[in-house]
Write a protein that binds this ligand. Structure first.
Ligand code: AHR
Length: 324
């Protein structure tokens, strides 16, 4: 039954299968000295994305990659077109951080149909339709639900007030980190009856939008005393909006976030942000290692999980020099 649904999904998405590639397996990868590698980045508008792309470039020479890297400038449609172009250029392997869960499904399916093994890095697609070990080799990345839970745990343990009134700044709508960071945090924090989430709105993982959304939500909910942002860029934007409105982040409002950027660690050191749960962008070395193991015929787990740390006032200064 499951197989019929999956085949149906692939056909519905207009994807054929090339001869010799079984529906149930990912395409093999030859052991070679050099590989033509596609890395289809989604956007380059924040330090996290820039650090991730740099990590792939930095890894290329030592891993024998002839790297074709693109930037979809925040457009899922362009990201799909970029993958099309990489397939036409004869890449051996694809590394793809899918901007959103559903719109990037065609890229995954087309790469498989072209006999190209795909590794999803840092974000995933809708796994009800495309599965690791079948449509793509593996997802390399963090546990975004756990990141949200850890942010909630820190807040529960460190909030000293009677009532926590939370505004949530969500990441890109339809992206796996936005979906999962919301679920992890909301489910956990609402088990503590001191807390209420009065507004939850997307800031698209961007600093400017985080600032603008915070300005608007602050007018609607002046009583807010906690901000949970799905990434540091939006948290920094929110801090700017709050300070402009005369609020004192870290004193009269607690800021909780995810990523571990340099600006966030500095905000923690300055007393403006309470916590940031790490989400590492340094995927290049892991991508090289997993790709080579796959080429050698090793069984790769469907999820190669990245372990994250938590940065607070206790350790932010120790890690700021390695931050991006
Ligand atoms: O996919 C990971 C998320 O994407 C990072 O947390 C965010 O900053 C980035 O844009």
């Amino acid at each position: 039954m499951k197989r019929r649904i999956l085949l149906g999904s692939a056909i519905a998405l207009g994807m054929g299968l090339s001869a010799g590639v079984s529906m149930a397996e990912t395409p093999p990868l030859e052991v070679k000295d050099t590989y033509r590698v596609g890395f289809a980045q989604m956007e380059s508008n924040n330090p996290w994305r820039i650090a991730e792309t740099k990590s792939f470039h930095d890894t290329a020479e030592s891993c024998g990659w002839e790297l074709i890297a693109t930037d979809a400038a925040g457009s899922a449609a362009k990201q799909v077109a970029d993958v099309d172009s990489m397939i036409a250029q004869g890449i051996d392997v694809l590394f793809l951080p899918p901007r959103e869960e559903k719109p990037l499904l065609p890229a995954v399916m087309k790469a498989k149909a072209a006999g190209i093994p795909t590794f999803l890095v840092d974000r995933s697609v809708d796994e009800a339709v495309a599965q690791p070990g079948e449509h793509f080799v593996a997802f390399l990345g963090s546990d975004f639900i756990e990141q949200g839970e850890r942010a909630a745990d820190w807040l529960s343990a460190n909030f000293s007030g009677d009532k926590g009134i939370i505004v949530e700044l969500e990441g890109t709508t339809g992206s796996s980190p936005a979906n999962d960071r919301k679920k992890g945090f909301d489910d956990k924090i609402l088990q503590d009856d001191r807390f209420e989430i009065v507004a939850s709105q997307t800031g698209d993982f961007a600093r400017d939008m985080g600032r603008q959304v915070m300005e608007t939500l602050l007018q609607a909910h002046p009583e807010v005393n906690v901000v949970y942002a799905h990434n540091d860029e939006m948290a920094i934007g929110a801090i700017q909006a709050l300070e402009l409105a005369g609020r004192k982040p870290g004193e009269d409002i607690t800021i909780v976030s995810i990523d571990g950027t340099r600006d966030a660690l500095q905000a923690i050191i300055d007393g403006k942000m309470g916590v940031t749960v790490e989400s590492s962008p340094f995927f290049g070395p892991l991508a090289c290692d997993v790709m080579k193991r796959y080429a050698a015929g090793e069984e790769i787990p469907g999820w190669v999980k990245v372990e994250d740390r938590v940065f607070t006032i206790d350790n932010a200064a120790d890690h700021i020099d390695e931050a991006y």
